[in-house]
Each structure stands twice: as structure tokens, then as C-alpha cells.
Design a protein around this ligand. Structure first.
Ligand code: FES
Length: 233
């Protein structure tokens, strides 16, 4: 576990980057590890753990599909140009990053950036992270809330320790995870972890965060970020 201020780029990490291309794929540079992980349920059906199901061979640079139509997923095969993929990036000033809903508790405060929800559902166990935060003077509730927040891939849910005033962030290896949730037949977003810069197609860096999730189905209304649109209701 670490706080946001402990995120540092080492020289070897310096080139790690995700670049969004106009109406095309994500270009990943700097030898970013690519991993596939599944969300696993506990015996009661709540999302609880992650399981690594594939480690891809390390490549210095590669292109990941953003349109959702590649025949060679997760990699781009050029189909985006055949289908005239509209990959217009809608995320920008992201006011929701400045004004999260704040749930106050005795030991923890929860910052809830609801627009970033990708429905990984780790937050629902034990009555839900919101109630756990309000009861965070109970050590079990506190620990459960921290576990749930740190499993939230998009960083929708961020807990702050009231004593230190610092965000409690998971210590994540710099990598990209392809999220799968077989129990529900869902193919989730790309989880960009450990503080890898994401740069828009016009060269502007998005807000630097320890964890972000990028759309890989082409349907998000908040591209390049996932907004949960991959889930069929
Ligand atoms: S972005 Fe190229 S095939 Fe999907």
C-alpha cells in the first residue's frame, strides 16, 4: 500500500506510455507488461479476487484494439479503418475528478468518482464500501473498505486516511491488465496500472493517476476511458 505522493518514475519506466490514436488503437510504448486477469467471486457471489490467466510476451511497442472489432484481440488488426471507427475522445477537463462525492467516516473518507465506474463490483461485499466507510472506527470494516477500494480498477473509489490526510493507493506493478469477468460473461476494460501516462491523440496528457481504465469495446461515451458501456443491460 502506498500514498499517491510515493509514485515515482524510475529511469527505466520513463518511456512507458499509452498514446491514443485518432479513430485508431492505443499505442503502448516502453515495454509495458501485458497481462490478462479474471475477476473471481467468493462463495457468496461477491467479487473478491483477481486471477492471472495469461502473461503476454513482452514487447517494446504494441497496438491494442480500441474499437472492439479486431479479429486479433487484444491487438489491433486494422479493422478500425474498415468500419470507420469513431474514436472521438470525450474526456478532457473531467470536472468529476475535481468534485467527487465525499462520504465521511470516523477513520476514513471515501472519494467517489462515480463517472469512472466500470462495474467491477468489488465494492458491494459486506454491505458496501459506503457503509463500511461510515463505520471505519471498526477495524474489520476499515480493513474491508480498504481492500474493496484498492481492488477498484478504475480508481472510482479512493479512500483517504483521516489521520494522515493521504489517499490509500494499492502498490501496483506498472502494467496493463485485460479484465475479464467470466462469471457474468463480461469483457471489461484495459486496466492501466501503476501510474503510466495516457496521452490523447492531440498530444495532451490526461490526469496522471495510479489506476485508470480504458475502453476496449468502442462504446464508451467518455473515451478513452471506460464508462461501463461494455455491459449489456
Ligand atoms: S482499434 Fe484497430 S482493430 Fe480495433
Amino acid at each position: 500500500m502506498k500514498d499517491q505522493s510515493q509514485q515515482e518514475e524510475t529511469p527505466a519506466d520513463k518511456e512507458m506510455r499509452v498514446t491514443v490514436t485518432k479513430n485508431g488503437p492505443y499505442i503502448i510504448s516502453g515495454g509495458v507488461p501485458l497481462i490478462q486477469q479474471e475477476i473471481c467471486n467468493d462463495d457468496e457471489g461477491y467479487c473478491r479476487n483477481w486471477k492471472v490467466t495469461k502473461n503476454y510476451p513482452v514487447q517494446e511497442t504494441y497496438a491494442l484494439c480500441r474499437c472492439g472489432h479486431s479479429q486479433n484481440k487484444p491487438f489491433c488488426d486494422g479493422t478500425h479503418s474498415k468500419i470507420n471507427f469513431n474514436g472521438t475522445e470525450k474526456a478532457g477537463s473531467e470536472p468529476y475528478l475535481k468534485y467527487p462525492l465525499v462520504i465521511k467516516g470516523p477513520e476514513l473518507d471515501l472519494l467517489d468518482y462515480e463517472n469512472l465506474c466500470v462495474h467491477a463490483r468489488f465494492c458491494m461485499r459486506a454491505g458496501g464500501i459506503w457503509g463500511l466507510t461510515e463505520n471505519s472506527d471498526d477495524p474489520v470494516a476499515r480493513d474491508t473498505a480498504i481492500e474493496e477500494a484498492c481492488n477498484c480498477p478504475s480508481g472510482r473509489l479512493v479512500l483517504k486516511d483521516k489521520k494522515t490526510g493521504k489517499a490509500i493507493e494499492p502498490d501496483l506493478e506498472k502494467s496493463i491488465v485485460i479484465i475479464e469477468y467470466p462469471a457474468r460473461g463480461e469483457h471489461g476494460p484495459l486496466w492501466v496500472r501503476g501510474g503510466i501516462p495516457v496521452v490523447s491523440s492531440d498530444g495532451k496528457p490526461y490526469t496522471f493517476r495510479n489506476r485508470v481504465t480504458l475502453c476496449r469495446c468502442g462504446k464508451s461515451m467518455n473515451k478513452p476511458f471506460c464508462d461501463g458501456s461494455h455491459i449489456q443491460h
